[in-house]
Design a protein. Structure first.
Length: 222
């Protein structure tokens, strides 16, 4: 089997990650006030990491995200988190889903507590026990986008690995093709993600409360 190409995650394991340590000692936000605190902490830490001015850019983005959340303030926390995950609001061209996944991918210690709290909230949807979540037709879902050819040798038959970020797929191949068309990268990829027909899966669910209708998003937990 080809060696693992060097990357920011190639030498990391779940057991030694900042995320696992923080996640083990963190609970999901219980309501909008708890969510507001952990969300503010995360956006501030993200801005500090990238030297984005907080008052001029970070804080206005946070307020827009919170106003959007307040439209459904009486919903359960997992519904609120679903809508926030699908928000189209952007901070320097990046949506909330990217900002959270960037922290998970980088396993940044300074973002560990806040990203663990947000993940606990989203995982109230994603991590399930029977009765099963809905599964895609033929147990097959799709993901599309750009691809970095430096890592092509990693993806060979028999390779087992963990995915450090949330992994968004869709029941619809057309949605995946739409994301391929949007990508500015030279190389493109369409992933076919197969659910075991017998064992199924307990760390994925269909995002029903969404700000982007029609995506049929099927979201895997980190």
């Amino acid at each position: 089997m080809p060696p693992v190409p060097a990357s920011e995650v190639s030498d990391r394991t779940l057991e030694t990650s900042s995320f696992k340590e923080a996640y083990s000692s963190t609970e999901a936000p219980e309501g909008p006030m708890d969510l507001g605190i952990v969300l503010s902490d995360h956006i501030q830490a993200y801005c500090a990491k990238l030297t984005i001015p907080w008052k001029q850019e970070g804080l206005p983005f946070l307020k827009k995200l919170q106003r959007e959340n307040m439209r459904n303030v009486d919903d359960p926390i997992d519904d609120i988190m679903q809508r926030m995950w699908t928000s189209a609001l952007q901070l320097r061209g990046k949506e909330f889903c990217f900002i959270l996944n960037d922290a998970l991918r980088g396993d940044n210690a300074e973002l560990a507590d806040s990203m663990a709290g947000l993940a606990r909230g989203i995982n109230k949807l994603c991590v399930t026990v029977p009765p099963w979540p809905p599964f895609p037709p033929d147990d097959l879902c799709f993901r599309g986008g750009g691809f970095d050819d430096r890592y092509r040798s990693f993806f060979v038959k028999g390779r087992e690995f963990r995915q450090p970020t949330y992994f968004a797929t869709s029941f619809s191949s057309a949605v995946a093709n739409g994301f391929i068309a949007r990508s500015a990268m030279v190389s493109k990829v369409r992933w076919l993600v197969r659910i075991d027909a017998v064992r199924k899966c307990t760390h994925v669910n269909l995002v029903r409360k969404t700000n982007v209708a029609g995506e049929e998003e099927y979201l895997f937990a980190p």
